[in-house]
Design a protein around this ligand. Structure first.
Ligand code: SF4
Length: 313
């Protein structure tokens, strides 16, 4: 029997770090580091090609993605290619009505941070906005009032600072998320002092997860997590400078540039990341990296390995 469904040659998911710029200054930031930026057109051509190669979801992040100058053009462009879009933001874009409408129209998921059930503790970790806690709570109240809100993921970075005030987070949320993701604090290059002073042990992280799962076992949201040592090969980042990066040995590592030849990109990516782990990591938060898988009779499948459109571009 012939099975004409191709195995994807690019990961189902790419984390698109569109800018290094942010309007906050969290001490545990693990965002893009490059200030150089490839052109919007070049990035979009790459993403159109990646879609042909099997990528189906993009997580738009940064820095703060709403500060990327071409964000208003990027969202509908990716949507029209066919991507499922996760918009991962600090939430400060919400007052920009035009951008808010574009996010609501083009994205499937909104991913927002909340570090604590206490405003004081949250604001001591999420620096740069004075009272970020209430900005997030107000945004969630607005989502609650919408007829069809986007799916929602709340994320929390687990540190010594917020450890004892994480458990009650769902109780202060105006609207429950679809997913609550907990990250064990990992070591970011720019601020290892915060890591040294506030990281928690793996056993403390596991204890907290078990308590949360027990307390919220009948709740409608999914609890997902990433431990510090889980991250190897789980991500494919596209940075603002056009460099594809992943995490190896718990540190970020460069794979290749998207300006390379398509065959070289495919070879480098497949040598560097674990396609199944990337997809499983995404699915644990956002349901499915490929929400509309084609049927076996879909003639478009034969296009998967055709890199001509990228070479021509
Ligand atoms: S809001 Fe996000 S990108 Fe901005 S500084 Fe904080 S962690 Fe980094």
């Amino acid at each position: 029997m012939t099975n004409n469904i191709s195995i994807p040659s690019m990961p189902k998911v790419i984390d698109l770090r569109v800018t290094k710029t942010c309007n906050m200054s969290c001490p545990f930031c693990f965002g893009a580091q490059s200030s150089t930026r490839i052109s919007f057109d070049r990035m979009l051509r790459f993403l159109a090609w990646a879609y042909e190669q099997g990528t189906r979801s993009v997580v738009i992040t940064g820095g703060e993605p709403s500060l990327y100058p071409d964000i208003s053009a990027l969202l509908p462009a990716l949507h029209s290619i066919g991507y499922q879009i996760v918009f991962m933001s600090n939430g400060l874009f919400w007052d920009n009505v035009v951008l808010r409408d574009s996010v609501l129209e083009n994205t499937s998921w909104l991913a927002l941070p909340l570090e604590s059930s206490s405003a004081l503790i949250h604001n001591s970790m999420r620096l740069g906005d004075g009272d970020h806690y209430h900005r997030i709570i107000n945004l969630l109240s607005a989502l609650k009032g919408m007829r069809c809100p986007p799916k929602l993921r709340i994320s929390t970075v687990v540190t010594k600072v917020n450890y004892s005030s994480i458990m009650d987070i769902p109780q202060v949320l105006p609207i429950l998320p679809n997913t609550w993701k907990l990250y064990q604090l990992c070591c970011p290059a720019p601020n290892s002092d915060f890591y040294k002073q506030n990281s928690i042990s793996s056993s403390s992280f596991v204890d907290l997860l078990e308590s949360i799962r027990m307390q919220y076992r009948d709740s409608p949201f999914t609890v997902s997590f990433t431990a510090e040592t889980d991250r190897d090969g789980q991500y494919l980042f596209l940075d603002p400078d056009g460099c594809l990066r992943t995490i190896r040995n718990n540190r970020e590592s460069s794979i290749c540039s998207i300006l390379s030849a398509p065959a070289a990109i495919l070879r480098s990516v497949q040598d560097s990341v674990d396609l199944q782990r990337i997809e499983a990591n995404f699915n644990s938060c956002f349901g499915s990296a490929d929400p509309h898988p084609p049927s076996a009779s879909d003639p478009g499948q034969e296009q998967r390995y055709n890199s001509k459109s990228y070479q021509k571009a």
